[in-house]
Design a protein around this ligand. Structure first.
Ligand SMILES: *[C@@H]1O[C@H](CO)[C@@H](O)[C@H](O)[C@H]1NC(C)=O
Ligand SMILES: *[C@@H]1O[C@H](CO)[C@@H](O)[C@H](O)[C@H]1NC(C)=O
Ligand SMILES: *[C@@H]1O[C@H](CO)[C@@H](O)[C@H](O)[C@H]1NC(C)=O
Length: 538
């Protein structure tokens, strides 16, 4: 599976070749849950029974938009190619509707926001350009004509809360790296960044009256109420090992997931072929993501091939997300706590010095792409020796651990636990390295990735750096790190094969020198992608 994905990635790399920023008053937060429970300082004194049985909670006040003269118009809160955060987005007969009295030119171009949702390949660029069936601009006058107004109730139904509209086909969704380290990574960077300014009130959110769920660390980011996989069936967004489903339930326990058939229900409910009375859906807050549109932007298409790079860069350039992964800590720590890890995690203003250096080797010898057996044995031996020697040299002041991890032999919980304790992740290029997004970035956190000499891909390199960690590439007995990596990914013959060489002493040297250097160095890493030469192209 990693083989075919990397090849598809290489293909999409070849496909690669207005910022719009409006802050707007969000739809009323009058629907925020029960003021009595949120504001009552005496809450801790009351028993749960008192709280839950004290009669009906004060009614939530909702503005009835069905009777207002004007439809709330669509605004774009944030946009980067392939990632657009809207208020008041509508849907009618399958087309996302931008309801506006402004000219279309005041919005990003539709191909930079969406596509027809077809899987990408080298020859169907044109077929993926969206048409009016995918996204359309509608004036308030037209909307009133179609969906009622004046003396009549609008025939529009609000889909409450925050909706993530994922417009991609299963092509990349059904893979842990692309799902968690791209789609979710970009989604959270964008949502977190857009609401980083605490003055921008969180929209009508799912702040519960009472809940067993530990709150996320970032309290201002709206929780995603619903994910809609517009072009995927019920299995299309799930990966083989089951991490995508695990992630979604652990991190967003209340999320509702809809797939293509559910979307067709919504289309049919509004489609003129099925209904003679016009209807529409209204999404008060919606994040639309589209992989084809992301590849039309330079940061993804021309430079990183990482869809998450675009939303990350937009927010990083505006200073809305930090460069050491605090923005991502909410999801990472929710997952860690779910798996039985440290429940007391906090965000930290700067990278901490760990008291234990945990080296985790993601061992791929049981899979197709792997090291030469003799080199693997030598590597294991060298790592054991390194840890032993370091524990003597550091004389208890700092502990060193080494773990040889065969992911396929561990439960998902065990994998999350070991990854979340890891300071240095080592392994041959492959999906297992996605677990780097579970590492808590520290001053010495690093990813050491072994490639077939001459081969290179940015997946884990970009992701490590965007979290404030260092990334090293190993080509047998040589190594390099940013900014010395190749500009263009390369998958030479044997890249995915079982004969990848590695010179163990080179790996030992890279790790030892890295830790020594980072212990002496400044607390902020200087290798963040926000400093890359192309960063201004966002
Ligand atoms: C590319 O995708 C289009 C559909 O968009 C399909 O008709 C065509 O056969 C595909 N080409 C290849 C080479 O897979
Ligand atoms: C949606 O409408 C189309 C066209 O009328 C129909 O063929 C299809 O069966 C409907 N699908 C669902 C899920 O209702
Ligand atoms: C890997 O590096 C070692 C040490 O320099 C060398 O002896 C060995 O031949 C190299 N292997 C390959 C396949 O290049």
């Amino acid at each position: 599976m990693p083989f075919s994905v990397s090849r598809r990635d290489a293909v999409l790399t070849l496909l690669g070749a207005s910022c719009f920023y409006l802050i707007t008053a969000l739809v009323s937060d009058s629907r925020l849950a029960s003021p009595a429970l949120l504001q009552n300082p005496g809450i801790s004194g009351a028993s749960v029974g008192d709280l839950l049985n004290s009669g009906p909670l004060p009614a939530k006040k909702t503005i009835d938009l069905g009777l207002v003269e004007d439809f709330p118009e669509t605004t774009v809160i944030s946009h980067a190619p392939g990632w657009t955060l809207f208020t008041n987005l509508y849907m009618h007969a399958g087309a996302l509707i931008i309801l506006t009295s402004e000219p279309a030119s005041s919005f990003p171009l539709p191909p930079m926001m969406t596509s027809t949702g077809l899987p990408g390949n080298l020859t169907n660029d044109a077929q993926r350009i969206p048409t009016e069936n995918d996204m359309a601009f509608v004036t308030p006058a037209q909307a009133r004509k179609w969906w009622g107004g004046g003396n009549e109730r609008h025939r529009v139904l609000t889909v409450e809360g925050t909706t993530a509209l994922f417009n991609d086909p299963p092509q990349f969704l059904n893979h842990y790296f692309h799902f968690v380290a791209e789609l979710m990574f970009g989604t959270w960077a964008f949502l977190y960044g857009a609401f980083a300014d605490e003055k921008l009130s969180k929209p009508a959110s799912a702040t519960p009256d009472a809940s067993f769920t530990l709150p996320l660390l970032s309290t201002n980011t709206p929780i995603i109420s619903r994910a809609i996989f517009i072009h995927s069936d019920v299995d299309g967004w799930r990966d083989g090992p089951g991490f995508n489903g695990y992630f979604m339930r652990a991190v967003f326990p209340s999320i509702t997931i809809e797939v293509k058939k559910d979307w067709i229900d919504r289309i049919n409910a509004t489609s003129p072929t099925n209904t003679h009375i016009g209807r529409a859906w209204h999404f008060p807050l919606a994040l639309l993501t589209d992989r084809s549109a992301a590849f039309r932007g330079p940061i993804t298409g021309a430079h990183t091939q990482r869809t998450a790079a675009q939303p990350w860069m937009r927010m990083a350039k505006q200073g809305k997300i930090d460069l050491i992964g605090n923005w991502w800590a909410s999801l990472r720590s929710a997952l860690t706590r779910y798996a039985g890890g440290d429940p007391t995690e906090r965000m930290s203003a700067e990278l901490e010095v760990p008291d234990t250096i945990v080296i985790t080797y993601i061992d791929r010898q049981g899979t197709r792409r792997h090291l030469r057996d003799a080199d693997n044995l030598a590597l294991l031996k060298a790592m054991e020796e390194l840890v032993k020697r370091k524990n003597v040299e550091d004389d208890g002041k700092r502990k060193w651990e080494f773990h040889d991890v065969h992911a396929e032999r561990l439960s998902l919980d065990e994998q999350v636990q070991v990854a979340s304790r890891t300071t240095i992740m080592l392994g041959v290029h492959g999906n297992g390295l996605t677990h780097l997004v579970l590492m808590k970035p520290t001053k010495v956190s690093a990813v050491v990735e072994i490639f077939l000499p001459g081969g290179f891909a940015r997946d884990y390199e970009w992701t490590s750096r965007s979290l404030g960690m260092t990334h090293y590439s190993i080509w047998n007995d040589t190594s390099f790190t940013h900014p010395h990596e190749p500009e263009i990914p390369d998958y030479p013959d044997g890249f995915h094969g079982p004969n990848i060489p590695v010179h163990a002493p080179t790996v030992v040297k890279v790790i030892e020198e890295h830790v020594a250097m980072r212990m002496r160095g400044p607390s902020l890493p200087d290798n963040s992608p926000v400093n890359d030469t192309y960063a201004d192209e966002i």
